[in-house]
Design a protein around this ligand. Structure first.
Ligand code: NDP
Length: 329
């Protein structure tokens, strides 16, 4: 399918500087954890990615294990690049990660130099790229010395296979140690990828302070709590094809009457302000300038468009923020 990107693609998107670095990221980025695997319809994924790029979403987030099957999201992204986006490579920030189980045996997961190096080489091959923009260690490894993991990240950057290094799912203390170690190796830690939403505020308790002090950005994953913070489940039913209907990462049993009450109260605040619940959830994250980007997922371009509408809406007022806090507490 021939594709020419929209000329006005940079008009509506806003960009935030990632920590104290030269890199700006879009306020909304698109993740490939779900919806882009070998089991998903390629055309739907491609439409979502191209309409994202046409709206100024310059950042696409992957990992070695995204699919299913593992690796297939990178293959999908490589195909979209090859067929449509390669002429725009210099306008795109691609990230990938290694940390979770990818192949059998003792070198197929966690944080050894052996695993990280082999995994990134395989990711580059699947995507048809010479380098990624950001390479993350996906989760802390309690058994590998942090020196080894961080030296592997720094060497990968020096070899030019990644332009920047990042960490994900590290606690505040682990992050401080990793950031210190990377800095002492001459490679700044660009970014931390952390779970954060109205339903999970753990980063407020220490991590954001560390990142702010050290000049490391924060990109927030599962900002819509996998779809809970959208109109998907508000009436208590589980729509066919939804993430909860698959029951793997989001279980229908998580949607309790108490949670539904909370979600509907949040939805009422959203509607009073002329927003959807997804818009509210995204604007709520963006209220804090320490959050560089909101890393959403989307199973259709319609969902993506709704989510992008958040950026043309007014920021949340003090009154709205107070109401939200009351509901969440
Ligand atoms: P979200 O919380 O944004 O959930 C996305 C899902 O919510 C969609 O797939 C869709 O589910 C539903 N949804 C999104 N928008 C709408 C809408 N407007 N209306 C109705 N439903 C909507 O994020 P994810 O959990 O998908 O995570 C986002 C990204 O974060 C991942 O792709 C990945 O890149 C990254 N991530 C990183 C992790 C890490 O350990 N570093 C872990 C997890 C994610 P449905 O299928 O029901 O349509």
């Amino acid at each position: 399918m021939p594709y020419t990107a929209k000329e006005n693609r940079y008009e509506a998107m806003k960009y935030r500087r990632c920590g104290r670095s030269g890199l700006e990221l879009p306020e909304i980025s698109l993740g490939f954890w779900h919806n882009f695997g070998g089991v998903d319809r390629y055309e739907t994924g491609r439409e979502t990615v191209l309409s994202a790029f046409d709206s100024g979403v310059t950042h696409f987030d992957l990992a070695n294990n995204y699919g299913p099957p593992p690796g297939s999201a990178e293959i999908t992204f490589g195909r979209i690049l090859k067929e449509n986006l390669l002429p725009y490579r210099d306008e795109i920030i691609v990230s990938t990660k290694a940390g979770y189980a990818m192949w059998p045996g003792p070198y197929g997961e966690w944080g050894s130099r052996k695993y990280l190096t082999a995994s990134l080489d395989a990711s580059l091959k699947r995507m048809g790229l010479d380098y990624v923009d950001i390479f993350y260690h996906h989760r802390p490894d309690p058994n590998t010395p942090i020196e080894e993991t961080m030296t592997a990240l720094a060497d990968i950057v020096r070899q030019g296979k990644a332009l920047y290094a990042g960490i994900s799912n590290y606690s505040a203390e682990e992050s401080a140690a990793a950031i210190f170690m990377l800095r002492s190796l001459g490679v700044p830690c660009l970014i931390h990828q952390a779970k954060y939403s109205m339903l999970n505020r753990w980063t407020e308790d220490g991590l954001l302070g560390v990142l702010d002090r050290e000049g490391t950005g924060c990109i927030c994953f599962s900002p819509l709590a996998q779809g809970l913070l959208t109109n998907r489940y508000l009436d208590g039913s589980i729509p066919e094809g939804s993430r909860a209907s698959k029951g793997v990462f989001l279980k229908a049993s998580a949607i309790t009457p108490e949670l539904l009450k909370k979600l509907n109260a949040l939805n009422a605040v959203a509607r009073e302000g002329g927003r959807t619940l997804a818009n509210l959830a995204i604007q709520w994250i963006l209220r804090d300038k320490r959050n560089t980007s909101v890393l959403i997922g989307a199973s259709s371009s319609a969902q993506l468009k709704e989510n992008l509408l958040s950026l043309s809406q007014a920021p949340l007022s003090a009154d709205e923020l107070e109401k939200i806090d009351r509901i969440l507490s």
